[in-house]
Write a protein that binds this ligand. Structure first.
Ligand code: KIV
Ligand code: ZN
Length: 532
C-alpha cells in the first residue's frame, strides 16, 4: 500500500520533514535556494505534512530560501525555526508569512546542563523566554510549535512546567527533542507518560518527537514516542542531520506502514516517492546512501544467498516484508533514445516531476543529446541523474569545457583541462598526478588557481548494466568552505572532472555568500551616524 488508506485522524502520524533545516546542518552540505525549492517540491509530492524549510535568522541566504519555499510550494505547512529571541521570531515570520500554511517553531533548552553552561541563565528566565516567544509567535500565526531543547537530559518536572506555559500561550504542537541522541526507548516512552501526567493539557495539543541518532536509536525512539501518544515525527530524508543525523524519514514511514497491524497507525506519505526523494537529497547534498540502508539502499531488496533467491522466486514474501515497488525502487519504465525529441524529453521529465521549460529545458535537452549519443537507452534513473546535474549547473562559477588524459602502466598519468571561468573566460591547466583522476583534479586547481583539499570521492553506477552512466560525488574544502559536487557521464573520468569543478564552484559560492553576509552584519553592527 503506497498511501495512508483509511486511517482515522487520531491514528494519523504527521511527518515533519527537517531535511532542509536540521539536515542541512550536516558538514559539507551547501544547498542553494533553487536546490532547496526543488527538494521542497519533491517533499510536497511525497506528501509530508510539514516542511521545516530553514532557520531564517542564521543568514540572509537561509531566509531567502525559506521565503522562496513559502511562496512556491503548496500542500505542506511551511515552518521556520527561531530561538526565543524576538529577532529570530520576526525573521522566521518574515520568511514564512507568504505561505498558505505558515508555522513558527521556537525552542529553548530545559536541561540544566544547557541552562547553566550554554544559556548561562536560570530556570525562571527560561520559563519567561518560552512564554514571551510563544506569545509573540502566536501574534503572527495560529500555528506555533514549541520545543524544550535537550528535554531528554532535563528534569521531566521542569520540562512539563515549561511545556504547560507554552500550551497556555497557545502552542499548537509541543515537540520533545532528544537533542543529543542519548535516550533509550524505555526511557523516552516513560518520559512521555510522565509528561502527560504532569501536564494533562498536553492531551489538547499535538505532541511530537525529534530524535537524533548518536546511539543508532533515532527510529526506535521516535517509534516509542508515537506509541506513547505523539502524533508528529520530525525526521530527515536519508537520516541526515547534526552529527549522526536525525530519525530517517523513509524508515519511520515504512515501519509505521508495514507494522500497522500491531499499532493501527499510519502517515499520509505516498511511499512510492520515497526512493526518488532519497536519490534527489543524496545528489544535492553529496551524502551517498549506504548500499545496505534500510528501505532505500540499493541492496535493500537484493537477495544474495541461493536459498533466499530460490524462496523469492517461488513467492516474494518468503524473504521480503515490503514490496520494492511500494517504495519506488522499481520504477524505471521510461526509456528514451537518441532520436527522442524535445517534446518526448519534456513529457518524460514531467512524468518524473521535473517542470522544465524554456532555457532550462534547452540546456537539459542539449545534455540529454550528448549522453544519448554515447548510451543507447536513457532510462528514468538516467534522466533523473542528468537533470539533477543540470539543475546544479545554473549555480556554477566554473564549468568544464574539455579534458584530455594520458595514462598507462609505464608512464605517469597526466591531464589537460579547459574550464570556463565566472566571466566566461577560458582557462587551461596541465598536470601530472598519482592516477588519471588525481591528474585531472590537480589540472583543474591549476586552471582555476584555487587551492582545494579533496575530502572524499565516491563513484557509483546510476543503473545496472555495462553501459550504465557513472556518477561521481566529490567533497572538498576550498576558501574555508566544505562543499560537494556531483557529475554524471558515460565516462567516469569526465564525471570526476565535472564533479570536481562543481564542488569547487559550490565552495566558492558558499564563501562569497558568507563574505557578503559578514559585510552586511558588520554594517548593521556599526553605530548609527549621529544626527544633526
Ligand atoms: O535537536 C534539537 O533539539 C533541535 C531543536 C531545534 C528541535 O534540532
Ligand atoms: Zn535536531
Amino acid at each position: 500500500m503506497s498511501g495512508p488508506g483509511s486511517v482515522p485522524e487520531q491514528d494519523r502520524v504527521h511527518i515533519f520533514d527537517t531535511t532542509l533545516r536540521d539536515g542541512e546542518q550536516s558538514p559539507g552540505i551547501s544547498l542553494n535556494t533553487q536546490e532547496k525549492v526543488e527538494i521542497a517540491h519533491q517533499l510536497a509530492r511525497l506528501g509530508v505534512d510539514v516542511i521545516e524549510a530553514g532557520f531564517p535568522i542564521t543568514s540572509p541566504g537561509d531566509a531567502e530560501a525559506v521565503q522562496a519555499i513559502a511562496r512556491n510550494v503548496e500542500g505542506p505547512v511551511i515552518c521556520g525555526l527561531a530561538r526565543t529571541h524576538k529577532a529570530d521570531i520576526d525573521a522566521a515570520w518574515g520568511a514564512i508569512k507568504d505561505s498558505v500554511r505558515p508555522r513558527i517553531h521556537t525552542f529553548i533548552s530545559t536541561s540544566d546542563i544547557h541552562i547553566e553552561h550554554q544559556l548561562q541563565t536560570t530556570r525562571d528566565d527560561v520559563k519567561g523566554q518560552a512564554r514571551a516567544a510563544v506569545t509573540l509567535a502566536k501574534s503572527y500565526t495560529e500555528d506555533v510549535e514549541f520545543s524544550p531543547m535537550d528535554a531528554t537530559r532535563a528534569e521531566v518536572e521542569f520540562t512539563a512546567e515549561v511545556c504547560a506555559i507554552a500550551v497556555a500561550e497557545g502552542a499548537t504542537v509541543v515537540n520533545i527533542p532528544d537533542t543529543v541522541g542519548y535516550t533509550t526507548p524505555e526511557e523516552y516512552r516513560a518520559y512521555f507518560e510522565r509528561l502527560y501526567e504532569l501536564a494533562p493539557e498536553l492531551h489538547n495539543v499535538r505532541l511530537s518527537v525529534h530524535c537524533h541518532d548518536d546511539l543508532g536509536m533515532a527510529v526506535a525512539n521516535s517509534y516509542v514516542g508515537v506509541l506513547a501518544g505523539a502524533r508528529q515525527v520530525e525526521c530527515a530524508v536519508n537520516g541526515i542531520g547534526e552529527r549522526a543525523g536525525n530519525c530517517s524519514l523513509e524508515e519511520i514511514v515504512m515501519l509505521l506502514r508495514t507494522r500497522r497491524d500491531v499499532h493501527g497507525l499510519d502517515t499520509g506519505v505516498n511511499s512510492r516517492e520515497l526512493a526518488r526523494t532519497s536519490r534527489m537529497v543524496s545528489r544535492f547534498t553529496g551524502y551517498p546512501v549506504q548500499p545496505n540502508k534500510a528501505v532505500v539502499g540499493r541492496n535493500a531488496f537484493a537477495h544474495e544467498s541461493g536459498i533466499h533467491q530460490d524462496g523469492v522466486l517461488k513467492e516474494r514474501t518468503t524473504y521480503e516484508i515490503m514490496d520494492a515497488r511500494e517504495v519506488g525502487l522499481e520504477s524505471n519504465s521510461i526509456v528514451l533514445g537518441k532520436h527522442s525529441g524535445r517534446h518526448a524529453l519534456h513529457d518524460a521529465l514531467a512524468e518524473l516531476g521535473f517542470k522544465l521549460e524554456g532555457n532550462a529545458l534547452n540546456q537539459a535537452f542539449a545534455r540529454f543529446k550528448e549522453v544519448a549519443d554515447k548510451k543507447k537507452q536513457i532510462t528514468a534513473l538516467d534522466l533523473e541523474a542528468i537533470v539533477s546535474e543540470e539543475m546544479r549547473e545554473s549555480a556554477e562559477r566554473y564549468t568544464l569545457e574539455s579534458f584530455e588524459v594520458a595514462a598507462g602502466s609505464h608512464r605517469s598519468p597526466s591531464a589537460k583541462v579547459a574550464v570556463k571561468g565566472p566571466s566566461g573566460e577560458k582557462v587551461v591547466g596541465e598536470a601530472t598526478g598519482d592516477g588519471p583522476v588525481d591528474a585531472i583534479f590537480v589540472a583543474i586547481q591549476q586552471a582555476t588557481a584555487v587551492d582545494s583539499e579533496l575530502r572524499s570521492y565516491t563513484v557509483s553506477a546510476v543503473t545496472e548494466g555495462e553501459d550504465a552512466l557513472g556518477e561521481v560525488t566529490v567533497m572538498l574544502r576550498a576558501h574555508g568552505r566544505l562543499a560537494s559536487g556531483q557529475g554524471v557521464a558515460t565516462d567516469i573520468l569526465e564525471a570526476s572532472a565535472r564533479a570536481y569543478v562543481r564542488a569547487l564552484s559550490n565552495a566558492l559560492e558558499g564563501a562569497a555568500v558568507r563574505e557578503a553576509e559578514e559585510v552586511v552584519a558588520e554594517a548593521a553592527a556599526e553605530p548609527a551616524t549621529p544626527g544633526p
